[in-house]
Design a binder for this molecule. Sequence first.
Ligand SMILES: [Zn+2]
Length: 114
Amino acid sequence: MTRLFAGTQWDRPPTCEVCGELEEQCRCPPPPRQYADPATQTARIAVEKRKGGKRVTVVRGLAAAENNLPELLTQLKNHCGAGGTVKEDELEIQGDQAAAVRRILEQLGYKVKG
Ligand SMILES: [Zn+2]
């Protein structure tokens, strides 16, 4: 009986394309992450109230897998002079910062709604 995958790439354990080691043994650094073009993405900005009546500016629509959200948050915090957090695919900046956040995102090339 012949093996189903004999002679194909599936017949061998996977190896690293860079060093040629088996993937289990490969110590190459991971490839740099590829982020999506800001111009293809639309950010949605909302100002919401949290407990105690505090306002936060929430940015949605930018996927964590396609954007460097921690870096983006740092830029927004610096420009707004406010604290903030990343929550999965959302950015949250303290206070009503909608106008500033919109300006910054647009400068970075994002489309912005809201
Ligand atoms: Zn490698």
